[in-house]
Design a protein around this ligand. Structure first.
Ligand code: ADP
Ligand code: MG
Length: 240
């Protein structure tokens, strides 16, 4: 589904991703952890071509991130992204936010778009909130709307960048619950998070990234129980 081949991403003379090689198969639930500034967000943003890479190759579902603008548009449709700050349209209701993708991007008719949106709001447990504006929803509810909005475009892959970091602890579980359900349904997911317990329970794979290198790549339970480096052990101690 995703293949990085010696990908270098830099800003000016700051190399953020340093010749990253990484292959992610369909259905994998990949968690990405690492210190602040290590390149986690940049790696995610490269996958849906919010960033362009300086060298190497990046292939998403057979499409090249260095390809034509049509190819890049297709990658962006296939890779849904959920951000730490929910990024909903404030002047649209929950329902309208979720209808936006089907209407504008998939060019569905209004009736079909509304049916898709109502289905997805039900899936994230928010049928009762369809007519509410973002400002009338809790953070956890807003993030669930944001997930529904991404899903409405029918992505093949979902990217999550610290989806619960802006939430109060008591609201996190409702978002994690929705993510767990998506994982159970077989969605391919790449998740940046500090929720180590969640990564252990739900992840099929854990990557530890440090200073633009993938230092470890393995089974979450094993890596977390027996960190193979001082670097990872220290990081885990720091965030626990
Ligand atoms: P993480 O998500 O792991 O905290 P990021 O991928 O956001 O890290 O950032 C990695 C490095 O790239 C940091 O040093 C950050 O300051 C730098 N960086 C990120 N985005 C930009 C940008 N648009 N311009 C310049 N430097 C950036
Ligand atoms: Mg980040």
């Amino acid at each position: 589904m995703v293949e990085f081949r010696k990908v270098v991403k830099s800003y000016g003379n700051l190399d953020v991703l340093k010749a990253v090689d990484l292959a992610i198969d369909k259905g994998e639930i990949v968690f990405l952890i690492g210190p602040s500034g290590s390149g986690k967000s940049t790696l995610l943003r490269c996958i849906n071509v919010l960033e362009t890479i300086q060298s190497g190759d990046l292939i998403v579902d057979g499409l090249s991130a260095k390809g034509t603008s049509a190819e890049i548009r297709q990658i962006r449709l296939e890779a849904g992204m959920v951000f730490q700050q929910f990024n909903l349209f404030p002047h649209m209701t929950a329902l309208e936010n979720v209808m936006f993708g089907p209407l504008k991007v998939r060019r569905s008719g209004k009736v079909e778009a509304e049916a898709i949106a109502r289905d997805l709001l039900a899936k994230v447990g928010l049928s009762e909130r369809a007519g509410h504006y973002p400002s009338q929803l809790s953070g956890g509810q807003q993030q669930r709307v944001a997930i529904a909005r991404s899903l409405a475009v029918r992505p093949k892959l979902m990217l999550f960048d610290e989806p619960t970091s802006a939430l109060d602890p008591e609201l996190r579980h409702e978002v994690l619950q929705v993510m767990r359900q998506l994982a159970d349904e077989g969605m391919t997911m790449v998740v940046v998070t500090h929720e180590i317990g969640f990564a252990r329970d739900v992840g099929s794979r854990l990557l530890f990234i440090d200073k633009g290198h993938i230092l470890h790549d393995g089974d979450p339970k094993e890596l977390l129980a027996n960190p193979p480096s001082e670097r990872l052990a220290g990081f885990l101690q720091h965030i626990r």
